[in-house]
Structures are given as structure tokens and as C-alpha cells.
Design a protein around this ligand. Structure first.
Ligand code: NAP
Length: 274
């Protein structure tokens, strides 16, 4: 009797040693008893296209992409989903019948992470403020719009980048100096800058302007309890850390490659943090 083909997936990046994806998918493979594998592959920018072609030829089910490949992969795909087109980046690739399908699951991860803590998200979508205008902010904006948020503000150090994002997504832009007036109205506040991340400068906000009814989330997850989350909790706010976004964005890829929709459980969180 021939053994069924072993399902294989991989994450490509440069650098890649820090990636938590192998641990994450490895946990699910073991948990669901799937005879598959998920590895990390160091791939410099110049090697992305030939590496994708080789992996598909070798029968891989697909891959994740991280820095610096997310934008560069767009023209290499045979098909893009709506999120990848809107966000302008691919983080999940499916190899299907000789075709490369590019998806972006970061917006899904952002919203599902919030929903896991707050199942009825609608009241918190009344007025959303996103800090930052990079890739993470684009994913957050796409997720918020898809979830039904209407009054959305992008606030960024470089105003021109906030304006460009506001125009692309049909939302509003504001300056950092507008935050004392804007934050009291916010029902959702999300940090999508690198500020507060290990090795980056601190995030400094007019903390007293954050209203206690605001749902506050940080896409930064190293450290897990960022100063933003600590300050928001001290104001009485409900908070959601950024690790859950990482875990939730991984689920659609796992489901597509390995055929099981995985659960984002406390045991998974503990395994990834270990
Ligand atoms: P990015 O494209 O490099 O964007 C960085 C953003 O941070 C820009 O808006 C930039 O503002 C702002 N920024 C950087 N240094 C600043 C400073 N000193 N003062 C004020 N603003 C500053 O990065 P990204 O890919 O969007 O990622 C942002 C964060 O989200 C990272 O910490 C990343 O790890 C996290 N993230 C988490 C997840 C998750 O699953 N939890 C997923 C994606 C990303 P300017 O435009 O003015 O430069």
C-alpha cells in the first residue's frame, strides 16, 4: 500500500530565525494528528520567485510570506483574493493545480482576535482610531471596513502616508496633535506602529484622553503586555494583546493546506509563548 503524500508548508523570509510560525503550525499538526510538516526557510529577496516555483514543483501545499516578501509576491501570483489586493500584500500562498493563489489573512487575524475577546464587536466599531500607516495599518483598516466600521481615523507620524491610506480606504486622516480631541470619542484604539516594540522607541499618547469604554488593542506582541495595554487597563479599558492576531491570521492557511480548521486555544498561546 502506498503511503498518502505528506502535506508540507513553509514560511519564507529574511531574516526568518525569529519566526514563531513553525511552532504555531507545529502545535496544530501535532494536536490534530496530521502527518504534515511546516518549516522556516531563509529566502533573500532576490530568490523569492525561483523558490516559489521550486516549492510548487516539489508538491508543497503552500507557504507563508514574511518580510521582505509580502509586497514583492503580488505580481508573482496567478490569482489574488480581495484582501491581498486591498492591502497590497500577500502573506499566505496556496499551490493549487499548478497555480499560485495569493491571500492576505492579516485583516482576518486582526478582527478575529478582537472577536475572541469581544464576540459582539459592533458597538466598538462606532469610531475606530488606528495609529500607523504601514502594512499592519492597511490590514487593520481592511479588517475594520469589512467588519462594518464607518467612522475610521488613521493617525501617523508622517501625515502624507496617513493621507494616502485615508484616500485608498475611504477613511479620515488626522495628526498626532489631534489625539487629545480624537481619543475621547474613540470606541476602538489600535496601535499599528512599531512603537512600544522591543528595541523600538516608546509609544507616547495623551493617556488621560483614552475613555474607559474604549476597546484598546496593540498589534505589537513583543512584549505581550505593552505600555499601551497597561495604561489602557489603568484607565479601565478592555484590552486585547497582539499575539492573538498572529495566531488567528495563521488559521486560514492551515485550513487550506492541511484540511482542518484549527482552534486558537489557550494551549496554542502557551505553546507559542514558551
Ligand atoms: P511598517 O510598515 O514599518 O510601519 C511602521 C509604522 O510605525 C509607520 O506608520 C511608522 O510611521 C510608524 N513609526 C515607526 N517609528 C516611529 C516613530 N519613531 N515615531 C512615530 N511613528 C513611528 O511596519 P508594519 O509592518 O506596519 O508593522 C507595525 C507593527 O505591527 C510591528 O510592530 C509589527 O510587528 C506589528 N504587526 C503585528 C502583527 C500581528 O500579527 N500581531 C501583524 C503585522 C504587524 P511613519 O510612516 O511616519 O514612518
Amino acid at each position: 500500500m502506498t503511503e498518502p503524500a505528506r502535506l508540507r508548508a513553509v514560511v519564507l523570509g529574511d531574516p526568518i530565525a525569529h519566526s514563531r510560525s513553525p511552532k504555531l503550525h507545529g502545535f496544530w499538526l501535532k494536536h490534530y494528528g496530521i502527518a504534515g510538516s511546516y518549516e522556516a526557510l531563509h529566502v533573500p529577496a532576490s530568490s523569492l520567485a525561483p523558490t516559489l516555483t521550486r516549492l510548487m514543483a516539489e508538491g508543497y501545499a503552500g507557504c507563508n510570506l514574511t518580510v521582505p516578501h509580502k509586497e514583492a509576491a503580488l505580481p508573482l501570483m496567478d490569482e489574488l483574493d480581495e484582501a491581498a489586493r486591498a492591502i497590497g500584500a500577500v502573506n499566505t500562498v496556496l499551490f493549487r493545480a499548478g497555480r499560485m493563489l495569493g491571500r492576505n489573512t492579516d485583516a482576518h487575524g486582526f478582527i478575529e482576535n478582537l472577536r475572541q475577546s469581544v464576540p459582539d464587536l459592533a458597538p466598538y466599531l462606532a469610531c475606530a482610531v488606528i495609529l500607523g500607516a504601514g502594512g499592519a495599518a492597511r490590514a487593520g483598516l481592511h479588517g475594520l471596513k469589512a467588519a462594518g466600521a464607518r467612522d475610521i481615523w488613521v493617525v501617523n507620524r508622517t501625515r502624507a502616508r496617513a493621507d494616502a491610506l485615508a484616500a485608498a480606504f475611504g477613511v479620515k486622516a488626522a495628526d498626532w496633535s489631534d489625539l487629545p480631541a480624537l481619543l475621547p470619542r474613540a470606541t476602538l484604539l489600535a496601535n499599528a506602529t512599531t512603537l512600544g516594540m522591543q528595541g523600538s522607541p516608546a509609544l507616547v499618547l495623551p493617556w488621560e484622553a483614552i475613555a474607559p469604554q474604549t476597546l484598546v488593542t496593540d498589534m505589537v506582541y513583543a512584549p505581550l503586555r505593552t505600555e499601551l495595554l497597561q495604561r489602557a487597563e489603568a484607565r479601565g479599558c478592555m484590552t486585547v494583546d497582539g499575539l492573538g492576531m498572529l495566531l488567528h491570521q495563521a488559521a486560514p492557511g492551515f485550513a487550506a493546506w492541511f484540511g482542518v480548521t484549527p482552534e486558537v486555544s489557550p494551549a496554542l498561546r502557551a505553546a507559542v509563548l514558551a
